[in-house]
Write a protein that binds this ligand. Structure first.
Ligand SMILES: C[S@@+](CC[C@H](N)C(=O)[O-])C[C@H]1O[C@@H](n2cnc3c(N)ncnc32)[C@H](O)[C@@H]1O
Length: 193
């Protein structure tokens, strides 16, 4: 089937074209249909933002959760600077794409399942969520964040948006933000540990 052409002006903010597809199809339907072939068109910026953040804020990265891992954009960016990192990818729609690029299987959990404790027996140094946390339903976001704060002391959110802004009552305190080519990297520290 022919895919609709993406309408992205050269000066449009990162993520604008994909937003048009979300509006037309709905987020979950879009990824259920396209997830196997997903690639982030802004991968180079994502990689720079993640690598810069890990170095700038000295984020530990021996054992990492790549939440909503897509085709491994964050995983590959981390491996480029830390090949020994153990990284667990989680994504309900992109397991084929993640395996093709990383050689690893991703666990197929949704944000809702993670919020309900699907990873409760795991512990990480760092959680990275790139270009995805704004997709979590707002009704699940507080419990998702509280659940994540039990899993790791550090959270790195990479986003082309201002939202979501996490609240301290959700278990995370914002340490710092840095913007690379209109992509925001936000480092959070768990307030529970
Ligand atoms: C824009 S992509 C980002 C992927 C990758 N992290 C990156 O930086 O390119 C958003 C990701 O969120 C995932 N996703 C969509 N809805 C989700 C949900 N309800 N729960 C968990 N992940 C979801 C999609 O499968 C997709 O891989």
């Amino acid at each position: 089937m022919k895919r609709p052409k993406l309408q992205r002006r050269p000066d449009a903010p990162p993520g604008q074209a994909i937003r048009q597809r979300y509006q037309a199809q709905g987020v979950e339907r879009f990824y259920a249909q396209e997830g196997a072939h997903y690639r982030n068109p802004h991968e180079a910026i994502v990689a720079r933002a993640i690598q810069d953040a890990v170095i700038r804020w000295s984020l530990p990265h021996a054992h990492v959760l790549d939440l909503a891992c897509g085709s491994g954009e964050a995983t590959l960016a981390l491996w480029a600077i830390a090949p020994q990192s153990q990284i667990l990818g989680v994504d309900p729609y992109t397991s084929q794409a993640y395996r093709a690029r990383t050689g690893q299987d991703a666990l197929p959990y949704t944000f809702q399942q993670v919020a309900q404790g699907a990873l409760a027996d795991q512990r990480f140094d760092l959680i990275v969520c790139s270009f995805a946390l704004h997709l979590a339903d707002v009704s699940w976001l507080p419990s998702l964040c509280l659940g994540l704060a039990q899993l790791a002391p550090h959270l790195l959110v990479i986003t082309p948006h201002k939202r979501p802004l996490l609240r301290e009552s959700w278990g995370w305190a914002l340490l710092d933000e840095h913007i690379t080519e209109r992509v925001r990297a936000r480092a959070y520290r768990a307030t529970l540990s």
